[in-house]
Design a protein around this ligand. Structure first.
Ligand code: FAD
Ligand code: FES
Ligand code: FES
Length: 484
């Protein structure tokens, strides 16, 4: 059992013990390592000023470096990882090609956002080193970064101006197979850090150890990507300053890694990030993958997990309506064994689930879509990127080309939990794809079935009308009348 977090920062090994293990990565970099190039503005994952590259073993590739928000990750999660900060980018006093492009295109004014933008761009070029970035790719890739000075165009111009022939891989300069072997060896041993004031953090190396810990400490919080929990901690809604915490981090549990896509089943492990899911289900559930494009930002999707979204249980959690409509099941496991629960039976009320005190969510699974099934998912919010849903909806329609045979319909943001509308599903079975009048009757039934409330994002009436309109929109799409 280790009592120290082991990680690499810009190619150098570091060990972290005691109270420092409870810091955010950004605070640790800035205050303990004096790597002050990583900035903090919002401390809630929204602005990207704190972006660094996180390298670790992951489900879809052996080792992968991706941009993440250092302000909401806790140090324990960095155990076994390699972090590259802005200080790693220049080489012997010479600017990296991305930095050169930012200067030449006037992509920096006050400069506070600049390290975050450079690291986010590097994340793109590390995976796409051979081609110039297109404006669309860049705009998508930089959705997690805000700038209050430049108006963005010079930054987008800079990214497009980066010349592949002048690019050097920062990962290749600092990372090596020796580092991987050293970190792999460390990750086989579990971690337990106890601090009299800050509390305790455990990181089991096997699932049986996880179940034993869960049974012993039912009050402990499970940490997956920490993108929900990290914000709550920073805003002092969880473990306010001066209170001790107990957390169990899943970061060493490679048994829970990855997304397995098989003919009969897609299975998503508790550690699979939303980014991995987005890439993996492109063929098995294309519209689910498309929905994940507008989930948060690349930085959040590189840390946050699908299972974290499910376990968090928000009625506006973006993946949940889709998982209802896909007929997904959730695996709840403990030392007593494992049980698969249909996701629409998992939620018992507002943020209340069936999870027993000694259980954790280990996997989510659903069947891939066949040729005769149509699946559509919608996320409605006030801006396209990095916004919380106002209403979410997902539809699964099995049909024979003319008539709907079976339907699953789920809505988020219009009730205390995501709602599965079974009466509406019964109405849809037998409806001809082109029967506009029947679709209108179903849309009106949806408006009666949902139970939205007014809040600062919108009114009860607006949500109700929108709910019906999403089915009307799907009908128009199917009839090829409007909306590409
Ligand atoms: C800037 C920002 C933007 C966001 N945008 C979106 C968005 O567009 N759509 C959206 O739906 N959400 C969004 N979120 C919320 C969050 O990113 C997601 O809910 C994410 O999926 C959470 O996953 P995680 O791994 O980070 O969970 P964590 O924060 O680690 O955990 C979330 C909760 O689930 C519990 N938990 C995690 N794993 C397990 C497990 N295996 N078993 C039992 N309990 C578990 C934790 O104890 C905790 O209570 C956003 C968050 C931020 C900070
Ligand atoms: S400081 Fe804003 S995302 Fe981290
Ligand atoms: S240059 Fe000032 S915030 Fe971007």
């Amino acid at each position: 059992m280790r009592d120290a977090i082991v990680l690499y920062v810009n190619g150098a090994r570091r060990e972290v013990r005691g109270a420092a293990a409870f810091l955010t990565l950004s605070d640790w970099l800035r205050y303990e390592q004096r790597l002050t190039g990583t900035k903090v503005v919002c401390a809630e994952g929204d602005c990207g000023a704190c972006t660094v590259l996180l390298g670790r073993r992951s489900g879809d590739r052996p080792w992968r470096f991706d941009p993440i928000n250092a302000c909401i990750l806790t140090m324990a999660q960095l155990d076994g990882a390699h972090v590259l900060t802005i200080e790693s980018v220049e080489s012997n006093g010479a600017l990296h090609e991305v930095q050169r492009a930012m200067c030449d295109n006037h992509g920096s004014q006050c400069g506070f956002c600049t390290p975050g933008f450079v690291m986010a761009m590097l994340g793109h070029f590390e995976h796409n080193p051979k081609e110039r970035a297109t404006p669309k790719q860049v705009a998508n890739h930089l959705t997690g970064n805000l700038c209050r000075c430049t108006g963005y165009l010079p930054i987008l111009d800079a990214a497009v101006d980066v010349r592949p022939e002048a690019l050097e891989s920062v990962v290749a300069r600092h990372h090596s197979t020796q580092i991987e072997s050293a970190l792999d060896a460390i990750a086989r041993d579990s971690l337990h850090i106890e601090d009299p004031e800050r509390g305790a953090v455990h990181a089991p190396a096997t699932v049986s150890e996880l179940f034993a810990l869960r049974a012993k400490h039912p009050d402990a919080r499970i940490i997956a990507g920490n993108t929900d929990l990290g914000v709550m901690v920073n805003k002092q809604k969880l473990w306010p300053a001066g209170t001790a915490r107990r957390a169990i981090s899943l970061h060493l549990l490679h048994e829970l890694d990855g997304v397995k896509v098989e003919e009969a089943q897609v299975t998503i492990g508790a550690r699979a990030t939303l980014g991995e899911v987005e890439r993996a289900v492109k063929d098995a559930a294309p519209d689910f993958s498309r929905l994940l494009r507008v989930f948060a930002s690349p930085q959040i999707k590189n840390a946050g997990t699908l299972v974290g979204n499910v376990a968090n249980g928000s009625p506006i959690g973006d993946t949940i309506p889709s998982l209802y409509a896909l007929g997904a099941e959730v695996e709840l496991s403990s030392a007593r064994g494992a049980r698969w629960v249909p996701i629409d039976q998992f939620y018992l009320g507002y943020r209340k689930t069936q999870l027993a005190e000694d259980e954790v969510v280990t996997r989510v699974r659903f069947a891939p879509l066949g040729d005769k099934a149509l699946f559509r998912a919608f996320k409605i919010c006030q801006r396209r990127d990095l916004d919380i849903s106002y209403v979410g909806a997902a539809f699964y329609l099995a049909h024979d080309g003319e008539v709907i045979r079976e339907a699953r319909v789920a809505y988020g943001g219009v009730g205390p939990t995501v709602l599965r509308l079974r009466d509406v599903e019964r109405m849809l079975a037998g409806v001809a794809l082109r029967d506009e009048a029947a679709w209108e009757r179903v849309a009106e039934a949806i408006e009666r079935a949902v139970t939205p409330r007014s809040d600062l994002r919108g009114s009860e009436e607006g949500r109700r009308v929108l709910s019906g309109n999403l089915l009307r929109k799907l009908g128009y799409e199917l009839r090829g009348e409007v909306f590409a």
